[in-house]
Design a protein around this ligand. Structure first.
Ligand code: MTE
Length: 348
């Protein structure tokens, strides 16, 4: 692994850009000749209704094998904090960091969403192509009753919470984002996973009209991400539908995206249309495209460098000095137990 002796420039640290440069040189046509209106439609904030079932975190099986849901013990102090309810001080601080929030403008204008453009600015310019309603999420695979659930139904089922999380991109920049959404665990419990369910696979919309980047073969579309089921059930794992109290915009993965704060940002699959419970580890997009560079786990780890740059420090958007990157992005107390017995250099 080679370490860069200085802060890498944006082009050096943008892993896909290297791919793109190589592959896109072969293409002459501009990918995104489209219109530039970015902002998505307003979300109807339907909340209330059925409260989430208490969910579980807890240790994974040794060696990284995913345990079936039934064998994941609920830790005593792991229930998510329903609005206004009591959670332990440490749980509260994990759900809402006191660190300065990144400016809204930066969060909605500096994005990685390859289906909407390869630069940081393009996704915001192309986001207007995405039709945010109607939108449904197919819940499928190893569950008792597979069903296609309309997004507005999900929003009635699960009350929205604000979670202020750090987000650390694998490219060594970071933000602090006040997400609005609901924990994934209660939804998974409601779907009643079978005893064979060990992983959860998330898939982005496949529609080159709305997501013109899918006309390029820079990645294998649709974008797929995955978690072990105990990671998916962890109280920190959430589905976000908004940020800063507003509906999510297309460039941030509207209308619904995954947020896993202790993992590199690429695990946060955007514009999700399918949540599938599986017996086998899903073949995830980046781990397939560059297996030496991006692992299935992708836990933030300052001790394991990317082959082309150091992961020891990060550039917090809006700050001048680099800051040290923390193991599990600062969520070690909450999640390190999921990986006990695993070699995190090997299972990166
Ligand atoms: N999801 C899809 N479908 N396509 C993408 O290109 N990029 C990932 C992740 N989710 C990506 C995606 C990466 S690399 C990061 S860092 C985050 O989204 C960025 O999220 P943000 O733009 O909301 O900050």
């Amino acid at each position: 692994m080679s370490k860069l002796p200085r802060e890498p420039s944006a082009s050096e640290i943008t892993p896909p850009a290297l791919y793109l440069r190589r592959r896109e040189l072969l293409k002459s046509a501009a990918l995104f000749a489209g219109t530039a209106s970015a902002m998505g439609g307003g979300l109807v904030w339907l909340t209330g209704g059925e409260a989430g079932v208490a969910d579980a975190g807890g240790p994974g099986a040794p060696g990284g094998e995913a345990a079936p849901l039934a064998s994941v013990p609920p830790p005593a102090d792991a229930a998510p904090p329903p609005a206004g309810a009591s959670a332990s001080a440490s749980a509260r601080s994990a759900f809402v960091t006191e660190e300065a929030r990144t400016d809204y403008e930066a969060i909605v204008s500096y994005n990685n969403f390859y289906e909407l453009g390869l630069s940081k600015a393009e996704p915001a310019r192309n986001a207007g192509r995405l039709r945010l309603r109607p939108w449904a999420v197919a819940c499928e695979g190893e569950i008792k009753k597979p069903e296609v659930i309309d997004l507005d139904t999900l929003l009635r089922w699960f009350p929205l919470e604000e979670r202020v999380y750090r987000m650390r991109c694998v490219e060594a920049w970071s933000m602090v984002i006040p997400w609005l959404g609901f924990p994934l665990g209660p939804l998974l419990r409601r779907l009643e996973p079978t005893s064979r369910a060990r992983y959860v696979q998330f898939t982005t919309l496949l529609d080159p009209e709305q997501l013109p980047g899918q006309r390029s073969d820079v990645l294998d579309w649709p974008y797929v991400e995955g978690l072990r089921i105990d990671e998916a059930m962890h109280p920190l794992t959430m589905l976000a539908v908004g940020l800063y109290g507003k509906s999510l915009l297309g460039q941030n993965g509207a209308p619904i995206r995954l947020v896993v704060p202790w993992k590199y940002g690429f695990k946060g699959c955007k514009s999700i249309v399918s949540i599938k419970l599986t017996e086998r580890q899903p073949r995830t997009t980046w781990a397939q495209a560059a297996p030496d560079e991006y692992g299935f786990y992708a836990n933030v780890n300052p001790a394991v460098d990317h082959p082309r740059w150091s992961q020891a420090t990060e550039r917090r958007i809006g700050e001048l000095r680099r800051r040290p990157t923390l193991p599990f992005n600062g969520y070690a107390e909450e999640v390190a137990g999921l990986y006990s017995g695993m070699d995190l250099r090997e299972s990166f």
